[in-house]
Design a protein around this ligand. Structure first.
Ligand SMILES: C=CC1=C(C)c2cc3[nH]c(cc4nc(cc5[nH]c(cc1n2)c(C)c5CCC(=O)O)C(CCC(=O)O)=C4C)c(C)c3C=C
Ligand SMILES: [Fe+2]
Ligand SMILES: [Fe+2]
Length: 331
């Protein structure tokens, strides 16, 4: 039995010249830019051209490109190791990566998966919280590429896992580890920050914001936090639409002006990239300092944290129905 696990993520430009075409791909996605097709391709070009210099300046701070792919590949290798470690008879397991807006695109990964010739495929989004703009868009993209290439192997999907115990344990531990450093600077406000979404996408029924709330409640419960210890907020808004709030930058200013030390916890990103390494670590730190925050500590994303990877392995085993009961039956 051979199992292919496909890890889905957004993708990021790998060099400065890739920034504009990457943005064009992103804004050409009907899940992102919800306007009729003929308008979308025109708008995508225009918005991408306009945003490219801003985005290039961001990626310049990371050496010209996004570290998202190498970080996702590290998660793929860690998950392969975790699944082969368990002594379970899963047969041969291999993890692949498919990105939505930059290399490796679904089309290329479908060909790689075909060469592996699996008996089944497990689709695993690296988005704990489901959104039509991320998970659904990636699944649709994969289905299109698979149909085009004639890949007909059974596909099992993991749709979301906002309160998966390994994910929650990993974020909670990383948060607890950084808490003393934030506390040393004063009384602490914990800001759980997720990538935002335009309000109208949430109003159309996207469950992402609600699932972000579930993740945060599970982490807060595990850490024994009370309601005034923390806030859920949303970062990275782009474009002229109204996005869901509260906005992370406004919450940072509020806490800073109240002279609270800020502990910033990413809850929707599971690896490091421009939104954490530049937006959170450079731009928002600067904002916090400018408004007088006595401390600003950013919790790392879960990456290859063992609890998180073990949680992903559990999700995979459950999807293929080979999980062992936690307690063996007594007879
Ligand atoms: C939970 C994750 C994400 C959601 C939801 C999401 C929605 C969303 N994003 C944009 C526009 C942009 N996103 C950009 C970068 C980016 N977005 C995510 C994740 C989610 N996006 C990640 C992980 C990254 C980083 C990629 C990397 O650096 O490797 C960008 C490009 C950077 C920039 O110009 O700021 C844009 C643009 C929209 C419009 C949207 C929902 C409609
Ligand atoms: Fe985004
Ligand atoms: Fe951003």
């Amino acid at each position: 039995m051979r199992t292919a696990i496909v890890l889905f993520n957004l993708g990021g430009p790998d060099r400065p010249e890739a920034v504009e075409p990457f943005l064009r791909n992103l804004f050409s996605d009907p899940a992102i830019l919800r306007v009729p097709g003929f308008l979308r391709s025109f708008l995508a070009r225009t918005i991408a051209r306009r945003r490219a210099p801003i985005a290039r300046a961001v990626y310049d701070k990371l050496g010209g490109g996004s570290p998202l792919l190498p970080n996702t590949q590290a998660q793929a290798r860690a998950l392969e190791a975790a699944l082969s470690d368990r002594g379970l008879d899963l047969g041969e397991v291999r993890c692949f990566v498919a990105m939505r807006y930059w290399n490796p695109f679904a089309e290329e990964t479908v060909r790689e998966v075909q060469r592996f010739a699996p008996d089944r495929i497990v689709m695993l989004p690296l988005y704990p919280q489901f959104s039509t703009t991320t998970t659904a868009s990636s699944f649709d993209d994969w289905a299109r590429a698979a149909a085009k290439a004639g890949l007909t192997v059974p596909m099992l999907t993991i749709r979301d896992y906002p309160t998966e115990p390994g994910f929650i344990a990993a974020v909670s531990r990383l948060t607890a580890e950084r808490l003393p450093e934030a506390r040393a600077a004063g009384s602490v406000k914990i800001l759980f920050s997720a990538h935002g979404l335009p309000k109208k996408i949430v109003q159309a029924g996207d469950p992402y914001a609600e699932q972000v709330g579930s993740s945060v409640r599970a982490i807060a419960e595990r850490l024994g936090l009370s309601l005034d210890d923390y806030e859920v907020c949303f970062q990275s808004r782009v474009g002229p639409l109204e996005w869901i709030g509260p906005y992370t930058d406004e919450e940072i200013v509020r806490a800073a002006e109240a002279r609270q030390s800020i502990l910033l916890v990413p809850v929707a990103f599971v690896s490091e990239h421009s939104e954490t390494l530049v937006e959170l670590d450079i731009e928002y730190r600067h904002l916090a300092e400018k408004h007088g925050a006595p401390g600003y500590v950013r919790v790392p994303t879960v990456g290859t944290a063992p609890e998180f990877i073990a949680g992903l392995a559990d999700l995979v085993r459950r999807a293929i129905g080979t999980e062992r009961p936690a307690v063996l039956p007594s007879r």
